[in-house]
Design a binder for this molecule. Structure first.
Ligand code: MG
Length: 390
């Protein structure tokens, strides 16, 4: 079996969008002086879809959400020539070829996301070629089904957040993640607002269920050090990305500060990046995203590393490329889960582009034993609502 063609297309959403509330989640731009509200520019309204076809007619699907147009250019100009004519079963060789050929300017960020997309398509091909789901190639089922946590709960009106938490509690979820709306720029009033929201969610879900807290890099070290002791009484399962991804020592310091476990990794890349996080005890929960971290080839190795360090790995976002790794890894106790909803920020576009993403039932998602590859196909339902750039 040989790779015959690689096609990368940018799917740009032109359909209806719902504007999220201004401070629905703090973010790294909050600390930079800006004349506009920082979250108003925070949208991902396009996605790159990669289709790799083999000489025996199998098509593998990969995807990349970070800087899609740039990822497409990297795939077209640099990565495609490295994999054309090659045997997809040589996935480790191909991964190293892509990683080392781009090393001078790649390594992390959008280049690694582009490598991830090719790698995902390769693993989809491998599964399809032997008629097995990808998780079977990675070790099989380590759990009957995957527990997942409800992750939307963006910061909005407190009453609305409580209604949303109640709705998904009623659907059987036992773990919930909410986002802080405020950071250092909002001073003491923001501190109070943040605490008020956490208390309100606890009021609904009680203490028999898990609560996770998300900062999305919108705090700084000093602010995080002030907030953590105040949050301890709410018993969060973890506090996510308190500071920017490059401040690994900051993560390590916060992780030792209180009983609250610090999580991160959705903006970290490759085996080396995670070795550094784990060596420094910077995170107590690892949250890579398979479509950024280097694809399944890299994520599988990081899972082994997490197992050896006894650190749980709970990938960022739902999405099939992550579910297969969670299913096949004992070190991965659960998945993140977003329900299908109107297009707001853009990470939900995945559900508009692909068919096959499992829907949670009673707080669990299931992968099928008889669905080969990643189990995704391109959806036709919303095709006319995208500009597709070849
Ligand atoms: Mg996150």
């Amino acid at each position: 079996m040989k790779i015959k063609s690689v096609r990368a297309r940018v799917f740009e959403w032109k359909g209806k969008t719902v504007p999220p509330q201004g401070n629905f989640c703090s973010n790294a731009m909050d600390l930079v002086y800006s004349k506009t509200e920082s979250m108003s520019t925070f949208r991902f309204h396009s996605w790159t879809v990669v289709e790799i076809e083999t000489d025996d007619g199998i098509i593998g699907l990969g995807n990349v959400a970070l800087a899609p147009a740039i990822a497409k250019a990297i795939i077209d100009q640099y990565l495609t020539p490295l994999v054309l004519g090659q045997d997809p079963w040589d996935y480790e060789y191909l991964w190293q070829r892509m990683y080392r050929a781009t090393h001078a300017w790649g390594r992390k960020g959008v280049t690694m996301a582009a490598i991830s997309a090719i790698d995902l398509a390769i693993w989809d091909i491998l599964g399809k070629s032997v008629n097995k789901p990808v998780f079977k190639l990675l070790g099989g089922r380590t759990k009957e089904k995957i527990p997942c946590y409800y992750s939307k709960l963006y910061r909005t009106d407190i009453k609305e957040m409580q209604l949303e938490a109640q709705k998904f509690l009623d659907q059987g979820f036992t773990a919930f993640k909410t986002r802080f709306g405020y950071g250092p720029a909002h001073l003491q009033k923001g501190v109070a607002e943040n605490l008020k929201a956490v208390e309100a969610i606890r009021e609904v879900i009680g203490y028999d269920n898990d609560l996770m807290l998300e900062c999305y890099m919108g705090w700084n070290l000093e602010y995080a050090k002030r907030m953590l002791p105040k949050l301890e009484k709410f018993e969060p399962r973890w506090l996510e990305e308190p500071v920017i991804a490059d401040d690994i020592d900051g993560y390590a310091e916060l992780n030792q500060l209180t009983s609250i476990p610090i999580s991160g990794g959705e903006h970290e890349f490759s085996l080396y990046g995670f070795k550094q996080l784990l060596d420094k005890k910077a995170v107590s929960v690892v949250q890579y995203d398979t479509n950024r971290v280097g694809g399944i080839t890299a994520a599988h190795k990081i899972n082994a590393l997490c197992e050896a360090y006894s650190v749980p790995v709970i990938p960022h976002a739902g999405q099939m490329h992550n579910y297969h790794l969670t299913m096949s890894t004992l070190a991965s106790p659960m998945s993140e889960y977003f329900p299908m909803h109107d297009v707001e920020v853009g990470n939900e576009l995945f559900y508009y582009i692909f068919d096959g993403e499992p829907v949670a039932e009673n707080g669990f998602v299931q992968l099928e034993d008889n669905k080969p590859g990643l189990g995704l196909t391109l959806k036709t339902e919303f095709l006319d609502q995208f500009n597709i750039i070849e």
